[in-house]
Design a protein. Structure first.
Length: 183
């Protein structure tokens, strides 16, 4: 029985980071359906999900082609940002950045097709949404939880460091941020 439980738990963990989309494509994701979103203070924030090398290695040779995210209200500025491997709690080199503010639809899912697909090398990859608020706002979406490791990273310019939303607030959620991977 212990072996069965171990293999069941292992199978569950291996499926956390990737799903199939409605068209059968691969989607890097930790989240479930949109439930809500935090109220972020005025200023610059980034919300991100980290897919470590143990999750991306199986996609080596494929490409990240788009980022989808749920937006509740439109803040002053919205950017899609992709980072490469850094440390366990800080993204590495910026690989991609695009201002997507003018095309945002609310309250709903938004998809940004990358102007240049990013090769997946088997290294860590961070998918981030940069948000600039001129007043408190409930912009980025999240699921109802429970939190999955690496599904709730957040950066505030005022603090100037990355932390998990759970460590900051005690809330157990995952950001509604997903990446589409080519077949």
């Amino acid at each position: 029985m212990k072996k069965f439980s171990f293999f069941l738990a292992l199978a569950f963990m291996l499926t956390l980071g990737c799903k199939k989309d409605k068209d059968g494509g691969l989607v890097l994701s930790y989240d479930g359906p949109n439930q809500s979103g935090p109220i972020l203070a005025p200023g610059y924030h980034e919300t991100a999900v980290l897919f470590p090398s143990n999750e991306t290695a199986k996609y080596q040779g494929k490409q990240l082609t788009s980022i989808s995210f749920f937006m509740g209200v439109v803040p002053q500025k919205v950017e899609v940002i992709v980072y490469g491997e850094g440390t366990a709690d800080t993204p590495g080199t910026e690989l991609y950045r695009a201002n997507v503010t003018t095309g945002i639809k609310t309250p709903e899912w938004n998809e940004h097709i990358l102007s240049k697909a990013i090769d997946l090398t088997g290294d860590d990859i961070w998918l981030s949404i940069g948000l600039t608020h001129d007043q408190p706002g409930q912009s980025i979406g999240c699921d109802a939880g429970p939190r999955k490791p690496n599904g709730d990273w957040i950066f505030h310019l005022t603090d100037n460091f990355w932390d998990t939303f759970n460590a900051e607030t005690g809330e157990s959620v995952n950001w509604n941020i997903r990446g589409s991977v080519s077949e």
